[in-house]
Design a protein around this ligand. Structure first.
Ligand SMILES: Cc1cc2nc3c(=O)[nH]c(=O)nc-3n(C[C@H](O)[C@H](O)[C@H](O)COP(=O)(O)OP(=O)(O)OC[C@H]3O[C@@H](n4cnc5c(N)ncnc54)[C@H](O)[C@@H]3O)c2cc1C
Length: 552
């Protein structure tokens, strides 16, 4: 089946949308009044400069205006502003779609020979500038993995499946489903993001508490590098020196182009079930999640919303009058006035699920939780891939929307949550507006968990990027100062690159830089992604990149 047509200037597929419910708009407006809607320009009105001449390149090469514009950037807030205002930072001189790994290698070889920068693109869903084309004096091509899709090998005995890098989430699950198997990796970008993109960015899906993040799902990988093909054969474990698969994970296209990955798959579960629990407060919710994970109570999905996200969530759903009354009574009660919704999901046999749910119930009750049934869970499971469409609708209604994510040890989480809220509120007040900040935990480990923030603010004409940049800078500096990581799963891209040295230190940067030099000595792959000062790049301006305040 041919891939569905994608929206050129926002999330998802043409013809699909999610409107902002009037209750949600009113709720937001009472906390942070809407600004001025950013109305998108027509595609024909976008600035697409003249393409610079290129030598003949292998594979399908598109140099038309629409292809160049549609491959100019990803899905970050600055990317969306650029597309809506018709002023992308830069467009590639061409889009190359190799048909197989040999053609990928041939494109890379030609790029090295002619010193052409290559932006590697999977699904193009990066929210950190990972696929945003930088303005450069030299030609730039986007190498899209869109034609490398499908299952190439299934080892049922070892439960290993090898996919081409451009295979999307639904394609992975459809191929495995036909064999009674699944991967279970479901980032919210599942419908568009790809196997290669997941590996390159160390992605995490919503089922990570049960199946793990992509880090644990990758058994092997194949890359095209400027030094030749690099195959890391699938192995269950190995003590043959440092684990180089780990170097490929999170390499964000700087070391080579992933052409295929071998993933650890599992049998499809007989059943799936979930429930909604309301905890009296954020602290109770965090303590409950920690105990569930540390005591080994099995579950596949865990998603705890803070009180603000819980309140916003109730404005997004259409409840029957009876349920709406019950919900108002619950959150209006003294005990649950700061209530936090926890979604818990299980997969397995009915018996396994029953046992796990009983064990979980004992834990949530110890933390004051109240089980409120499974209908909210089913609704969330059904709609979770539709929620990203809301961002476009909110921007069209006058609110800026961005997400930030981190992870930290359990001991730091509550303070980090409060510190990010404080930093964003201060940054916004300094610029004369208010924000609404939502947060949830959706990936938990024995030693800590992720925090995923969504921030809304009023859009001001001509100041959309400056306001965003200030919020982003304040939040990122606070995350790092408070013991959080720069990213739990979105990656570094160009946007976070100036901050990476703070997290990994000078020796860490030296190791990464040495690896890039070893595999891409001419610095043609993804210049400016992951590391700021790419070796041979003459690029200087990545536009919306924020600074860490520590750069020279
Ligand atoms: C609405 C929305 C929801 C999201 N939800 C999640 C989520 O739940 N979990 C999560 O982890 N992320 C999420 N993301 C972020 C993004 O989807 C992930 O980073 C994803 O892994 C990117 O995959 P992609 O195929 O789109 O890669 P791209 O965006 O195309 O590329 C991402 C980076 O990887 C590099 N790259 C891509 N393919 C290859 C390859 N084959 N070889 C080498 N380098 C490559 C690119 O050069 C770029 O630097 C979300 C993004 C959006 C917009």
């Amino acid at each position: 089946m041919p891939p569905r047509a994608r929206r050129w200037n926002g999330w998802g597929f043409d013809g699909e949308a999610m409107a902002v419910p009037s209750r949600a708009a009113a709720w937001l407006a009472s906390r942070a009044p809407a600004g001025v809607p950013l109305v998108p320009v027509d595609e024909a009105a976008c600035e697409v400069g003249e393409a610079r001449p290129l030598p003949p390149l292998p594979g399908a090469v598109a140099g038309d205006r629409a292809s160049r514009l549609r491959h100019a950037c990803g899905q970050s807030f600055p990317d969306l502003v650029a597309l809506r205002t018709g002023r992308p930072l830069a467009c590639p001189d061409a889009v190359v779609e190799p048909e197989d790994a040999a053609q990928v290698a041939a494109v890379l070889e030609a790029a090295v020979r002619h010193r052409i920068a290559v932006i590697v693109r999977g699904g193009g869903t990066s929210v950190v500038g990972g696929v945003t084309v930088p303005p450069r004096p030299d030609p730039v091509v986007v190498l899209s993995l869109a034609r490398l899709r499908g299952l190439v090998d299934l080892d049922r005995q070892s439960l290993l499946a090898t996919f081409l890098a451009g295979t999307t989430g639904p394609e992975v699950e459809a191929a495995l489903g036909a064999a009674g198997l699944r991967l279970g990796h479901e980032p919210q970008s599942f419908e568009l993001s790809t196997v290669g993109g997941w590996v390159a960015t160390r992605s995490a899906g919503v089922r990570s508490n049960g199946v793990g993040t992509i880090d644990g799902l990758v058994a092997g990988a194949e890359l095209a590098t400027a030094r030749g093909a690099w195959r890391l054969a699938p192995q269950p474990a190995s003590a043959a020196g440092p684990e180089l698969r780990r170097l490929v994970l999170g390499s964000e296209g700087r070391l080579g182009i992933i052409t295929a990955a071998t993933l650890r798959v599992r049998a499809r579960p007989e059943a799936e079930h979930g429930t909604v629990v309301v905890l009296p407060g954020w602290g109770d919710g965090l303590a409950c999640c920690r105990e569930l994970v540390q005591s080994g109570v099995p579950h596949e999905i865990m998603r705890l919303s803070d009180p603000t996200e819980t309140a916003f969530g109730t404005t997004l759903v259409e409840l029957s009058p009876l349920v709406a009354r019950a919900s108002r009574a619950l959150f209006g009660s003294r005990r649950f006035a700061e209530g936090c919704v926890l979604l818990l999901g299980w997969a397995g046999t009915d018996r396994e699920i029953g046992r796990a749910r009983t064990a979980a119930r004992r834990v949530w009750r110890r933390h004051g939780g109240l089980g409120v049934g499974s209908s909210g869970w089913r609704r969330w499971l059904r709609d979770r891939f539709r929620h990203p469409y809301l961002r476009d609708a909110l921007i069209s209604a006058g609110w800026g929307v961005d997400t930030l994510e981190t992870a930290a040890p359990w001991r730091e989480l509550a303070a980090l949550h409060a510190a990010v809220r404080g930093a964003l509120e201060r940054a916004a007040a300094g610029r004369g507006f208010e924000i609404v900040l939502l947060c949830h935990v959706s990936h938990a480990y024995r030693d800590g968990a992720s925090l995923y923030f969504t921030v809304f603010w009023p859009l001001r004409p001509g100041r959309e990027l400056a306001d965003w940049r200030e919020l982003k800078r304040a939040a990122t500096a606070t995350l790092l100062a408070g013991g959080g990581t720069l990213s739990h799963h979105h990656g570094v891209g160009t946007m976070h690159a100036p901050f990476l040295p703070r997290e990994i230190g000078a020796p860490g940067v030296a190791v990464l830089r040495a690896a890039v030099r070893a595999l891409d000595p001419d610095g043609v792959l993804n210049p400016g992604v992951l590391l700021v000062d790419e070796p041979l790049s003459r690029a200087t301006d990545h536009g919306p990149r924020i600074t860490s305040g520590e750069e020279a």
